[in-house]
Design a protein around this ligand. Structure first.
Ligand SMILES: [Zn+2]
Length: 476
């Protein structure tokens, strides 16, 4: 499809400034999970202006929306994110840590992610119109990727019904197909209620909720030796019940996060942690309760869809970088410790990279494509994209938007969030995704192959939503 290639490239180049402005707006209005009101409204307005039919507040979430265009098959889902993170405020285009007054920042690059998906939707729409082709694009405005399991709520409310494939991308230092599975997880508050008293005059009358939290944590720390090695159990004490040691704390709270390769393993560990909490309450004569917050499943890769993305990622011309861009990226690289740099190279091996890093000398922006491997490895992290992958064939690419070594959720990531090279990567991601969708529109046979692969897995492994029905997403 040589004409399609030229068309997509021209379309994105001609509208480059428009898309950059959108990315900058979202970057400059960072909002936390489930509170992305300005970003969602802004994106919805842009979708309306482009002629999409917008439905807002889907699945009972105020900041979730869909924007649809077209008719008939295939129905392509494009997953758009726009939430930011606490503690990651940073002045853009600076190579030292300089937080702004906001405390919130786009430390995961979702301003780029969201805009890249919007650009993809616009480019496909234009292609369908120009060629008068059937096909439906459905952009999903997915809030709360960062610890809110936004997409899992959308899946639970059947928002993706009728979608043939779902595609997305993520900002990254590398150009790759994200084919790794991920860890399932759940998180819940454990709350203890005791009796307060004067810690010196009447300690025998007090029943300490803080003691209960501490004993629970100790119990869980002993449990760690007796769970599968791939499991991860994290906690934080979110309420100590007060700051005075002279008062027996009558209330305390811990937030637990449990991860494992499969949902069933998460559930088994969660049940055992509940027993530990019950034991801690028994020991301290306190009462306890759980508030289940959210959860997500493990990611199911679709190899045929990934192969199509890989074909297209190899066919586009990767961006060229100016000396100025390389120099800025080099300054970012120099902010990492030797250990961080070494660790980073180890991480790259998960994506099929086999070098020692020596060829990076003087080149801090990746100009290569990581070889595609059907990796059986599991990414030691969780994503709510996983639940979409259980109900729709799903795939994701990463494109270079940051210097080598840049981890997600760091001030360095925010610092590069509206850099010239980040926007080059954003538009390149849109190009790869658009070409892939165009191929799916024309090649129904290949689409069937993708769906058959998906059905072969899901017919034997039915999806069970990890978030119980009674757990609702937060609303304002
Ligand atoms: Zn992210």
């Amino acid at each position: 499809m040589p004409n399609a290639k030229m068309f997509v490239k021209d379309y994105l180049t001609n509208n480059m400034d428009y898309f950059k402005q959108i990315s900058k707006y979202i970057f400059n209005h960072p909002e936390l999970k489930f509170e992305e009101f300005q970003s969602a409204e802004f994106l919805m307005e842009k979708c309306r202006q482009e002629g999409f039919i917008v439905e807002c507040g889907i699945a009972g979430i105020d900041t979730a929306f869909t924007a649809s265009y077209g008719k008939g098959s295939p129905v392509i889902g494009l997953l758009c994110e726009y939430d930011a993170l606490p503690g990651l405020s940073q002045t853009p285009n600076q190579t030292t840590h300089q937080p702004l007054n906001l405390d919130i920042g786009h430390g995961c690059g979702h301003n780029l992610l969201g805009t890249g998906i919007f650009a993809t939707a616009c480019a496909i729409k234009c292609y369908l119109e120009k060629n008068q082709l059937p096909g439906t694009i459905k952009l999903f405005g997915c809030p709360a990727e960062e610890g809110g399991s936004g997409k899992v709520f959308l899946v639970r409310e059947k928002a993706f019904e009728g979608v043939d494939v779902a595609l997305t991308w993520h900002p990254s230092p590398i150009n790759a197909i994200m084919g790794l599975s991920s860890l399932a997880y759940c998180q819940a508050f454990f709350r203890f209620k005791g009796v307060s008293s004067h810690a010196a005059m009447a300690p025998h009358l007090g029943r300490s909720a803080l003691d209960a939290v501490e004993l629970m944590n100790i119990g869980v720390n002993f449990l760690r030796e007796h769970v599968i090695p791939e499991a991860r159990i994290h906690y934080s004490i979110t309420d100590t019940g007060g700051t005075s040691p002279a008062v027996v704390q009558d209330y305390a709270e811990a937030l637990y996060m449990i991860r494992a390769p499969r949902g069933k393993e998460v559930n088994d560990i969660f049940k055992r942690i509940c027993k530990v909490a019950e034991g801690a309450a028994l020991m301290t004569e306190t009462e306890w309760e759980i508030e289940y917050i959210n959860a997500c499943s493990n990611y199911i890769p679709n190899r045929n869809l990934e192969k199509l993305l890989y074909k297209n990622i190899k066919e586009v011309d990767l961006p060229e970088y100016s000396q100025e861009e390389e120099s800025f990226a080099g300054k970012i690289w120099s902010t990492f410790s030797e250990r961080e740099k070494k660790d980073y190279l180890t991480t790259l091996k998960n994506f099929g990279y086999n070098g020692d890093g020596s060829e990076f000398e003087g080149k801090f922006l990746s100009k290569s494509i990581s070889p595609y491997v059907e990796s059986k490895d599991v990414l030691v992290a969780s994503t709510d994209l996983a639940d979409v992958s259980w109900i729709v064939p799903t795939a994701k690419i990463t494109m270079t938007t940051s210097a080598l070594g840049t981890s997600l959720h760091t001030w360095q990531m925010t610092a590069q969030g509206i850099s010239s090279y980040a926007h080059k990567g954003m538009l390149k991601a849109a190009e790869v995704l658009t070409l892939t969708v165009i191929e799916l529109i024309h090649n129904k046979q290949y689409l069937e192959l993708i769906k058959e692969e998906f059905a072969a897995f899901t017919s034997k492994n039915p999806y069970i939503c990890p978030i119980p029905d009674n757990v609702k997403p937060p609303t304002k």
